[in-house]
Design a protein around this ligand. Sequence first.
Ligand code: NAP
Length: 248
Amino acid sequence: MLLKNKIAIISGASRGIGRAIALELAREGANIAFNYLKSKLEAQDLEEELMALGVRAKASQVNISDFDAVSEWVKETKEFFGGLDIVINNAGIIKDMALMFMAKVDWQEVIDTNLGGVFNLTRAAITGFMKEKSGNIINISSVSGIVGMAKQTNYAASKAGILGFTKSLAKEVGAYNIRVNAVAAGFIETDMTKALKASYKDEMLKQIPFGRFGKPQEVAKAVKFLASEEAGYITGEVIVVDGGLTMA
Ligand code: NAP
């Protein structure tokens, strides 16, 4: 087991990629704290599924864009589990539309959730990691933040921001034995991509060398690698998981 007795906190794990990450890390022996916003039943189901794997698990309803609530969640998590080793910043939303139609609220909500959430959770954990001289942070970004996507100025800005955040923090805290990395996903089969128009999906599929969207588990495998000591000399790195869509 790669992560036996480690304690991981994951934002937005009630569905999709976060859920797959929680299960993947738990199979490697990690105890899991995770939050959600609305999906209480899905969160309860996941909590039970994780405990059935023989690890400790705790679901909490916390809005990731609420700085004080996230600080409190991290404090409670440390008390409940007796420490913290791994932070996975995964929670994210889309509000896709052309910039000329984008309301201020659609810009702000995406930035506050996707980028603000990364700040809130990492900020709450970083002091403890620095005191311990140990810690591991993994941020879920998107290829949209690398190559850009039409009608995603808000989302792409948030995801590009995460990459700058990742590299800056990796430089800042490397001397404290804290690793900070990102996984930039391409099109992955979750509720987030379910809503895409069929014609747009077909267009994208033609551009993906593998000819298919990825599965949440395929992102989770990359996260597991970064979370483990197998990646012990890797920091400030971005692993792209996109079936070849954006290869240089
Ligand atoms: P998803 O299926 O829509 O799940 C999003 C998760 O985030 C849910 O658990 C949701 O909780 C949670 N969440 C959303 N807003 C939150 C908030 N304010 N506070 C707390 N939790 C919140 O999305 P996904 O496709 O798994 O995406 C996960 C991450 O991967 C996101 O950062 C996304 O940008 C990134 N990503 C996804 C793709 C893709 O193709 N799917 C590609 C690249 C990157 P509730 O269930 O309670 O709403």
